[in-house]
Design a binder for this molecule. Structure first.
Ligand code: DC
Length: 337
């Protein structure tokens, strides 16, 4: 069962205003979530005690929302609470592939700024800084999408490796892009990278793909194509994006920007443990060298390099565990909401 939340306010306690506000709220929640009648199980409204003129369930029924049980109740009277507020909890059942959008209109926008409008969190930083783990937790806690942009460059690299194209050969890579079918899909809220119809989410994690991804991501044509896809996704729904150039190039207007970093030895250690856990054999020293080389290459390339956006907040996770890093970032987000 999925619960969609919504709220709105009215200026005057009148039948007309209540009817119009209820209709606008329901229309908004249906269109934002492309909801179908059959998916709705029930509507539950609550009203602040200063609304008397009309019943929201009646208003909903009169606007055509009569296909599921409707219920309304009065909220407790709380000092300082929002005035003349109508809240809604809509219970529905639909595939979890679809993003859930809660709708807060008029004065109610202040109630949940975090979920009422499309907003993006940009997490940039070098490999192994912990940004992808932090990004996944933030996305889950805020009920928004996680977009791993590195996976997209990895998929380009995998395609080049499979077709024996050198990831450094710009002209050959550009040609390859024209016949590459790359899709980012979500199943049960988890990102799947689909290359030419094949789910390559695991294959792109091989260590051999990492350096090739760094090489291929330096080409302008690759970046233009990936950045366009990333912007399209981020415009449609709130998400946490992690990468190298999100705050600086992909979404310079992102509401929240962080540059997550850590000492290179510590980052190498984290990657080492991660690869060992996946059963991949690697040498620590070689891995450390590769990480340093990759950072240098990612930072020095000409087109959208790994860069801290001027307005990004730096979070150094060298001495933090994941819970501490998440708590630090959440506190910064709350302070800015
Ligand atoms: O985050 P990752 O290790 O999965 O990224 C793989 C490579 O892709 C990385 O070396 C640099 C590149 N990349 C990029 O250039 N821009 C991004 N937004 C994300 C990744």
């Amino acid at each position: 069962m999925i619960v969609l939340r919504g709220a709105t306010t009215i200026e005057n306690d009148s039948k007309e205003e209540i009817s119009a506000a209820v209709k606008e709220l329901l229309d908004g929640i249906f269109s934002a979530n492309t909801l179908q009648k059959e998916e709705v199980r029930c509507f539950v409204f609550s009203l602040t005690t200063d609304i008397h003129s009309y019943h929201p369930a009646k208003a909903a029924r009169e606007s055509g929302y009569d296909f599921a049980p409707l219920f309304a109740c009065i909220e407790p009277e709380i000092d300082g609470a929002l005035k003349r507020c109508i809240r809604l909890m809509l219970f529905a059942e639909f595939s979890t592939d679809r993003a859930v959008k809660h709708i807060y209109q008029k004065g109610a926008k202040v109630l949940r700024k975090d979920i009422s409008e499309v907003f993006n969190i940009a997490l940039d930083g070098p490999a192994g800084s912990g940004k992808s783990t932090v990004a996944k937790i933030l996305a889950k806690d805020y009920n928004i999408l996680y977009l791993d942009t590195g996976a997209m460059y990895r998929a380009c690299a995998l395609k080049a490796l499979r077709e024996n194209i050198s990831p450094k050969d710009g002209a050959a890579v550009e040609k390859m892009l024209d016949k590459m079918d790359l899709k980012v899909e979500y199943k049960d809220g988890t990102q799947h990278t689909v290359l030419d119809g094949e789910d390559v989410s695991l294959a792109i994690r091989e260590n051999a793909v990492s350096m090739a991804a760094s090489d291929i991501s330096a080409h302008k044509a690759v970046r233009l194509k990936m950045v366009e896809m990333q912007r399209e996704i981020a415009e449609q729904m709130s998400c946490v994006l992690d990468g190298r150039d999100i705050g600086s190039t992909v979404l310079p207007n992102a509401k929240f920007k962080f540059f997550v970093t850590a000492d290179s030895k510590i980052r190498a250690e984290r990657r080492y443990k991660e690869l060992l856990a996946r059963g991949q054999q690697v040498e620590f020293e070689a891995l450390h060298e590769e990480i340093v080389r990759r950072d240098k290459q990612d930072s020095e390339r000409e087109f959208s390099p790994l860069k801290q956006a001027e307005d990004a907040v730096v979070v150094d996770t060298s001495k933090m565990n994941i819970e501490e890093a998440v708590a630090a970032i959440k506190a910064l987000i709350q302070a800015k909401i």
